[in-house]
Design a binder for this molecule. Structure first.
Ligand SMILES: *[C@@H]1O[C@H](CO)[C@@H](O)[C@H](O)[C@H]1NC(C)=O
Ligand SMILES: *[C@@H]1O[C@H](CO)[C@@H](O)[C@H](O)[C@H]1NC(C)=O
Ligand SMILES: *[C@@H]1O[C@H](CO)[C@@H](O)[C@H](O)[C@H]1NC(C)=O
Ligand SMILES: *[C@@H]1O[C@H](CO)[C@@H](O)[C@H](O)[C@H]1NC(C)=O
Ligand SMILES: [Zn+2]
Length: 460
């Protein structure tokens, strides 16, 4: 029934700005907020937001499911292989230098690799944009910066709820008093507690309560700033979190693998949760590949050009020739070191990697649950609401536009033609739905026979 409604609405002509005044967008990310974190915690503010707006049961982030790559997908609508921010870490395979996540924020060439984030696109089309702490904020793009920007200080206390409120009020001030049209806002939790204590821990549950209080505060602050009728708030995340087992006897530690030698490797990225990349020395690629392929039942080994298509993680010079990733529960290490109880970076088909999604504001319908979608589709949605022409991207508005309220026009002539079109589209939509529902049911029945709780993306 829900998808019926969704498609029906989607068939009508949609537009964001109902009033003459341009609508605004605030994109918020709570790092590592898994899709189901509100299932075992009381979250009155998140529930209220769903009631007043739109909710997706989950959203699929891009692969590699780590912070900088996934956030840059939110800002650009491009898969990781296309935007170039392929890792949290900058590295140079010649000098062997690596920079950790925070330092990489300041490596301009890492971020500015040919794809423009929405701030710059909006500004080029006459809008005003800002960003607070969102990954990618520190960089300039083709020489241009977000007009208002605040970069996280080093050694930042991610958990400080008072600071969360101060930052919230700050961006509301930008939107109100400096008339910014688009702002991205980032909070570093619940990723921290998810890593340290694990996604099933009481500490994670407590942090979700803090997120919920903050969501209440954000909406309250928007109201206090007189933004309720203008501002659309989208809240999502970059990746989920999965429990990993410490010191398991069958852990994946490369130096213990028979026949594998680091002397065949020119450069590697390992000890980064469940994912890794290797650059073998000249002439050693086949040897390294054959040594690793199939050596462990939970280790996936791929040559770059053979990567599964759905990961969209191959076609970029920065990606190294051999890519490794582990199944949930496992990590890929160089030496046996493991401190965290939770990790991300797994295949984005894994349910533990999916993220949550809520949206509320004048552009969004109310009390609507939409089908899951990929996070590349958030970018075209935001561009549409802002009324700007998007850059080339990997998303489609048709995946997200069913969230939007139908456009109301003032000209009667347009209305008539629109109604005729809507009527026709509705009939077509209805027939399409009958077909899709029937097919989905068939597929679902088939799938549930062979595997339970598998990949739901194929159904929706
Ligand atoms: C890596 O460093 C080498 C040596 O300094 C330099 O020539 C090369 O351009 C660098 N590569 C990248 C991708 O930055
Ligand atoms: C992207 O970065 C790579 C090096 O990592 C460089 O060779 C390439 O020219 C860059 N492309 C653009 C458009 O900046
Ligand atoms: C939390 O943030 C507030 C506001 O920025 C600051 O005054 C306070 O000192 C911070 N507390 C801690 C424990 O970091
Ligand atoms: C959206 O449109 C694109 C291109 O026209 C198409 O490939 C895709 O399947 C459509 N997606 C949905 C959800 O309709
Ligand atoms: Zn993250």
């Amino acid at each position: 029934m829900k998808s019926y409604l969704c498609l029906l609405w989607a068939s009508s002509i949609l537009g964001a700005p109902v009033n003459k005044q341009r609508q605004k967008v605030l994109l918020i990310s709570f790092d590592g907020f898994r899709w189901d974190y509100d299932h075992d915690v009381d979250t009155p503010n998140l529930d209220k937001m769903a009631k007043d707006g739109v909710k997706a049961p989950y959203v699929t982030p891009p692969y590699l499911t780590i912070t900088s790559p996934s956030h840059f997908t939110l800002l650009t609508g491009r898969y990781v292989e296309n935007h170039g921010v392929i890792h949290n870490m900058w590295f140079n395979t010649t000098t062997k230098l690596k920079k950790p996540y925070y330092q990489t924020q300041f490596v301009n060439e890492w971020w500015d690799n040919g794809t423009l984030p929405i701030w710059i696109t909006a500004q080029r089309q006459g809008l005003k944009a800002g960003s607070l702490h969102f990954p990618g904020t520190a960089s300039s793009y083709q020489g241009e910066n977000a007009m208002k920007k605040e970069v996280e200080p080093g050694l930042y206390n991610y958990k400080n709820e008072t600071a969360w409120r101060v930052n919230t009020d700050k961006v509301m001030g930008w939107l109100r008093h400096e008339d910014l049209d688009f702002v991205s806002l980032y909070f570093g939790e619940p990723d921290g507690v998810g890593h340290k204590y694990g996604p099933d821990s009481p500490q994670r549950q407590e942090m979700v309560k803090q997120v919920d209080r903050t969501v209440g505060y954000i909406r309250h602050s928007a109201e206090q700033h007189g933004l309720t009728d203008l501002l659309n708030i989208i809240i999502t995340a970059d990746h989920g979190m999965s429990t990993v087992v410490r010191k398991r006897p069958d852990d994946i530690t490369l130096y213990k693998i028979p026949g594998f030698s680091f002397s065949d490797i020119s450069f590697y990225l390992l000890d980064y949760g469940p994912s890794g990349m290797l650059l073998p020395k000249p002439g050693k690629l086949e040897k390294v590949y054959n040594t690793l392929k199939g050596v462990h039942p939970h280790l996936h080994v791929y040559k770059k050009e053979e990567m599964p298509k759905h990961l969209h993680f191959a076609k970029n010079d920065r990606i190294l020739p051999i890519i490794l990733w582990a199944d949930p529960g496992y990590l890929i290490n160089h030496l046996p070191v493991q401190f965290n109880k939770g990790e991300h970076g797994f295949d984005n088909q894994e349910m533990d990697m999916k993220v949550f999604f809520r949206a509320v504001g004048p552009a969004f319908r109310k009390n609507l649950v939409v089908e899951p979608f990929e996070s590349v589709n958030i970018y075209p949605l935001m561009c549409h609401i802002l009324g700007i022409q998007p850059e080339v991207n990997d998303g489609h508005l048709n995946a997200t536009k069913c969230m939007l309220v139908p456009k109301t026009t003032t000209s009667k002539g347009v209305d008539l033609r629109q109604n005729a079109f809507t009527g026709l589209a509705a009939v077509t939509g209805f027939l399409a739905v009958v077909f899709i529902v029937a097919m989905s049911y068939k597929i679902f029945k088939k799938k549930s026979k062979s595997e339970r709780g598998g990949n739901m993306d194929e159904i929706f």
